[in-house]
Design a protein around this ligand. Structure first.
Ligand code: SF4
Length: 433
């Protein structure tokens, strides 16, 4: 079957407007306060089975997704969510760290600023496009610098007072006190609203043509001390997805470990908070038994993969099915310097930011973007069915040429990986000659 073109740019699944994909509709959910009680996790998992396919995801931005809905099951899932006492975030997307207010390393708690912006922009919400977003980075353990944002605010302490660096559309940042940072953000959003729902902040005066993002994802996996003396334990979902039974088992593990709640987190993670040391250990062990990532150096942490075929009708190859083999093939190169994106079409849903290696489905084959985003894919193309073998050959070649002290990313650059991908014939043979 020929893949259908990806949904237009600007389309995005949301709680009130699920998006059609190859395996039905996706409903995206961000709890307004960022937390889920374990009963709510179990309830959502049951609803995902009753009304969807049972597959659940946490995205790179830390949103929860339920896949495989039908038109007639959307409303029951929304009603089940409300009945569980979960208040979904509606309207303008304003992202803060899931540990805001609990993180002793943060320079400022971003939530009051988020509330001020939300209140100031309330009247604009209907005139802003669905992908318009504000990112507030309080400077804590979980940084949000890999996320696309129309307005990015980062806490700074240049002297005794906290100031916020405000960058609109990736343009030059200015340092402002909190109230002025909120006002400037609302003014930028008003400017966007005046331009129409297709506008993004890069369209505003001073916006950069292509804002730079951090190319290296920083996962929240591991233990983090909290300001109240307890611990948070972050885990990763393998390639951002798990079935409902795994979510139910994770909720049981949270309860058994004595944690307070479970929080969806950036980079396809979940964070249990309010643990003591023994509880944190027990939760991590249970998560590992369930196939989750519990070490930040797990090769899977450096690979983003969209659902791909057969889940998505736009897919040109089975990206998520191939992801474990790709993790194994590239494992020796994934030293923290390399990020890999398997994107079954050029929409790049799983990782909008640039990656070291983005493998992108096009014309039922796979293009490579070296040091760029999936949306930049233009070729060269290689067959999808030899992807894992080709990547194993690339990794072997890069390791062979890697000089002492050189990172995987530097070795890939020096071996001209894009030229190799463009070569015809067997990649392993090419690399060996
Ligand atoms: S990037 Fe993947 S999930 Fe997104 S539209 Fe393309 S094939 Fe589908």
């Amino acid at each position: 079957m020929t893949p259908v073109p990806p949904t237009r740019r600007g389309a995005c699944p949301a709680f009130l407007s699920p998006m059609e994909t190859g395996d039905g509709l996706i409903l995206r959910l961000v709890p307004a306060d960022g937390t889920l009680a374990t009963a709510q996790v179990r309830g959502l998992a049951a609803a995902a089975i009753a009304f969807g396919s049972g597959l659940m995801e946490v995205t790179a931005r830390g949103s929860l997704q339920v896949r495989g809905l039908r038109r007639e099951t959307v409303a029951p899932l929304q009603e089940a969510t409300w009945a569980l006492g979960i208040t979904p975030r509606l309207g303008l997307a304003i992202d803060v760290s899931p540990l805001s207010g609990l993180d002793p390393r943060e320079i400022a708690d971003g939530r009051p600023l988020a509330d001020a912006i939300r209140a100031g922009a309330a009247a604009l919400a209907d005139r802003l496009g669905p992908k318009v977003s504000v990112v507030i980075d309080g400077g804590g353990a979980i940084r949000l610098d890999g996320r696309k944002a129309d307005v990015r605010l980062v806490a700074m302490r240049p002297g005794s007072d906290v100031l916020w660096s405000v960058a609109i559309g990736g343009g030059a940042a200015v340092l402002l006190p909190e109230a002025e940072a909120a006002a400037r953000t609302v003014a930028a959003l008003a400017g966007l609203a005046a331009l129409g729902r297709a506008a993004r902040a890069t369209d505003l005066p001073g916006g950069a043509a292509s804002p730079r993002l951090a190319a290296t994802a920083r996962s929240p996996i591991g233990l983090l001390p909290l300001a109240d003396g307890s611990l948070a334990c972050g885990i990763g979902l393998p390639f951002g997805a798990a079935d409902a039974a795994t979510f139910t088992a994770l909720a049981d593990a949270v309860d058994a470990a004595g944690a307070r709640d479970l929080r969806p987190a950036p980079e396809r993670g979940l964070i249990a908070t309010g643990l003591d040391a023994a509880g944190a250990r027990a939760f991590a062990e249970a998560a590992e038994r369930l196939g989750c990532l519990v070490r930040a150096d797990d090769p899977r942490a450096f690979i983003a993969a969209c659902p791909g075929a057969p889940a998505c009708a736009s897919a040109h190859f089975p990206s998520r099915q191939l992801a474990p083999a790709v993790a194994q093939a590239l494992g020796p190169l994934l030293d923290g310097s390399v990020t890999v994106h398997l994107s079954a079409c050029s929409k790049g849903c799983a990782h909008p930011a640039p990656a070291t290696l983005a493998f992108v489905g096009m014309d039922a084959r796979v293009a490579l973007v070296h040091e760029g985003a999936a949306s930049q894919a233009a070729g060269p193309l290689r067959p999808a069915d030899t992807l894992a073998a080709d990547l194993a050959a690339l990794a072997e070649g890069a390791i062979r040429v890697r000089r002492p002290g050189e990172t995987g990313r530097e070795a890939l650059r020096r071996m001209a990986v894009a030229d190799l991908w463009a070569s015809k014939g067997h990649l392993k043979a090419m690399i060996e000659t």
